[in-house]
Design a protein around this ligand. Structure first.
Ligand code: M6R
Length: 366
């Protein structure tokens, strides 16, 4: 059942190129129009959307953080991302032109379902993004996009996360098209680049094993680790920290790198692991200067860097290389080595990577 892999987590990480391809199959018509019929809303209705909430829990919430950048960046619609457990107990502003996007691998997370019900009572439109056909989230939403991850068995979400980001990218492109913010040619180009991430993930899987192993050795005995980045890199860091702590029980926290000076830099002492998303992006230089401050205090820096970046090697003790990719798609590629890093550290610490303690695959009670 594990298809020759030692654990489901690794099997599922390695399936991610296929997930990208399958989630995109048949989604772009030759005319350049995106084909997402299951959304159940016309282009005209989509054009009226003036506020988006993405609600989800855990890893799915992190997919939402990534989507916020895309929805605001491409479609120019204000977007908030909120933990479903928070959203359901406050009184969010929802009108008939509010789109609530519920992201849930299992489609049965109790808080996410409660939030959907509340949003519908208040008159909002609800889209589900789920991996399970016919799940409660699918049934109770006005429309649904299914991620094509297939069944995910390891408790730690990996391939479903990538499927969520790809689906949310499609939704963001569709909103941008409906709002007239992106031209057909731009949508086509971005769609194809989104598809290219399948090969980029494969390249990372094929080449970065040894570097990830060395990085894991460098942090496996730490009491704590910090993940930092900016922009997309911040969202990627949140997911990297969650993955590490849930499978290896090594405490990890994620911070926007620009926040370091406001507190967390006090943690840094010689050997403290800082895992940085330092790929080429509009804020690359800023991230580098944050890392220099960590380096000056003796941190062990593990940097996710764009292939061919020689400058970063002067600061970071460990480099994991990522093929060049447009910033908007960097989460798809950069998340993969962080999944592998979490797994390696967990194995080195003798943990069961498929079934971490205290966790269940679906959280169907509050
Ligand atoms: O099934 P869901 O996507 O609604 O689950 C939400 C979280 O429980 C889930 O993402 C959890 O954080 C991951 N399994 C962690 O890897």
């Amino acid at each position: 059942e594990k298809g020759g892999y030692p654990d489901f987590m690794l099997k599922e990480i390695c399936e991610q190129p296929r997930v990208v391809r399958d989630t995109l199959v048949g989604r772009l018509a030759p005319t350049g129009e995106l084909d997402i019929d299951e959304l159940g809303l016309s282009f005209e209705e989509l054009n009226l959307i003036d506020r988006v909430y993405v609600i989800a829990c855990g890893t799915s919430y992190h997919a939402g953080l990534i989507a916020k950048n895309l929805i605001e960046g491409w479609a120019r619609i204000p977007c908030e991302v909120e933990a479903a457990s928070e959203f359901r107990y406050r009184n969010p502003i929802i009108t008939p032109t509010t789109l609530v996007v519920a992201v849930s691998q299992s489609g049965e997370t109790a808080d996410t379902l409660a939030a959907i019900r509340d949003a519908r009572i208040k008159g909002g439109k609800v889209f589900g993004i789920t991996n399970v056909v016919g799940s409660p989230v699918a049934r109770e939403s006005d429309g649904v996009i299914y991620t094509k991850a297939n069944k995910e068995i390891a408790v730690a979400s990996t391939k479903s996360f990538i499927g969520q980001i790809v689906s949310l990218s499609l939704l963001s492109l569709l909103l941008a098209q409906a709002k007239g913010k992106l031209k057909t040619g731009q949508v086509k180009m971005l769609f194809h680049e989104l598809g290219d991430t399948a090969a980029q993930i494969q390249h990372i899987l094929d080449t970065q094993g040894p570097a990830i192993h060395e990085a894991a050795l460098a942090c496996k005995d730490a009491a704590s680790a910090l993940f930092v980045g900016r922009g997309m890199g911040t969202a990627i860091s949140y997911e990297g920290a969650l993955k590490l702590k849930e499978v290896s029980y090594l405490h990890a926290e994620a911070y926007a790198a620009g926040e370091m000076k406001h507190g967390p830099i006090a943690l840094i002492d010689p050997g403290f692991p800082v895992i940085a998303v330092a790929t080429k992006s509009p804020t690359y230089d800023k991230v580098v200067s944050n890392l220099k401050e960590c380096e000056a205090r003796g941190a062990t820096i593990i940097a996710l860097a764009t292939e061919g970046d020689e400058d970063i090697a002067k600061i970071a003790g460990h480099i994991i290389s990522i093929p060049p990719v447009r910033d908007c798609f960097s989460a798809i590629t950069a998340s993969v080595p962080l999944q592998l890093l979490a797994r390696e550290v967990a194995l080195m610490r003798g943990c069961n990577v498929d079934q971490p303690r205290n966790l269940a695959k679906s959280v169907t009670v509050e």
